[in-house]
Design a protein around this ligand. Sequence first.
Ligand code: NAD
Length: 494
Amino acid sequence: MTTRDIPGCFIGGADSAGTGARHMVVNPATGEPVAEVALATATEVETAVASARAAQPEWAKATPAERAGVLFKLAALVEERADELVADEVAQTGKPKRLAAEFDIPGSADNIAFFAGAARLLEGKASGEYSGGHTSSIRREPVGVVGAITPWNYPLQMAVWKTAPALAAGCAVVIKPSELTPLTTLRLAALAVEAGLPRGVLNVVVGAGAEAGDALSGHQGVDAVTFTGSTAVGRTVMARAAARGARVQLELGGKAPFVVFEDADLEAAIHGAVAGALINSGQDCTAAARAIVAESVYEDFIAGVAELMEKVVQGDPLDEGVDIGPQISFAHRDRVAGIVARAKAAGARVAAGGCAPDLPGAFYRPTLLADVAEDSEAYRAEIFGPVLVARAHTGEDDAIRQANDTEYGLAASVWTRDVYRAQRASREIRAGCVWINDHIPIVSEMPHGGFGASGFGKDLSAYSLEEYLAVKHVMSEITGEPKKEWHRTIFRLR
Ligand code: NAD
């Protein structure tokens, strides 16, 4: 693969260079450089926010149908240019081509098309005479300029989850993708202009978090900040936005429980656990992370998951036979390996994996850690790698207690054939999404977002439009009388 130069910024509808350090985008499946970029700094963030501020009022005045038209065209362009987007997504993340081509890119096109439709359906309360002498109506107005900060795990999808609803609502956006994976966000912005989005409405700054991200979340000209990433950074971003009273939405880490009851279809649970834990090489905030399994089926579950994990093929992401890719970087792979080594030293049973394969990239073998201690790092911390930890439970109360014994609350799944138990568990588990007899599927129409340390606010669905809209009450006096009834509180009239 040849290294290419890419711009650090897309501002006002055109590529431009950043004035910061030069940075290499690396393919973690090979360790080879893919692209070189001059990073954006606070200076470019300033220009990008100014560009968004200048463009936003006109975009807000476009009719919902006009905004929908641009977004539908963008969805079509994403489908048309799928091959280029897949190639870039695979090169910068190392994820298998199969995953990018069948999930990331079509999912992104579908999200954009959903928000194109949603742009024309901004619901509000009916107008009415609530005081008797006035007609009240509700306006749904764009919050203004949105600062979006996204992670490296699903670069295009995360960019779309933020920008599509914001653009549908009439906002302008400055987005800062992870500097590890900027390629598809830059492509998305260029495609948006090709689709007819006015220049300046969508701007990209590729910069380091501590510099460009910090400048964006603290910028006075940014009305709302939407962030997806780790809990620690999310809290920093929130503090920066809070200092100037800006709105914030946070999609943070997770440690999803995968609860199996004794009456579950064990074959389905085993397949679900392996797929749910290994999706995107385990670098998924909703990935199955903690298997909490009924004592009576625990050993069968461990044996089944271990057997299936051992069959998972790693290697060249362009090879159709490869199942999962590497970790995003060698540093991240080493962090995952460190957690597994400490769990092993503390007495966890390594039922599968627990090592790096003999491959050149940042790969780590699918790993199952059985009998992990409840207070251990492996059980509590977000590993964000292909590692499933497991514990037994003694019954429904114990299973729910263990599922909720976490600071996170993003997603969970419950595996049972008992419809009553499934409903009770979905009520009791504290998480933004509970799947019953499956783990992972998402759809554009339904919300995604966490409780607790997993953040607040929603991506996807009509709920996410709320993050980018402000409610305005307009109240018109309708009697035409010069003296109003309520004036008696001041003038002692009547
Ligand atoms: P991260 O928090 O390190 O980085 C996320 C983004 O924040 C990047 O663009 C980064 O450059 C930027 N950033 C870093 N420091 C910053 C600062 N001081 N100010 C402003 N921005 C800063 O996360 P990551 O390693 O890129 O992604 C992995 C994390 O993302 C995991 O914790 C995962 O659970 C989470 N995630 C959550 C969801 C969700 O929907 N809840 C989805 C995907 C990923």
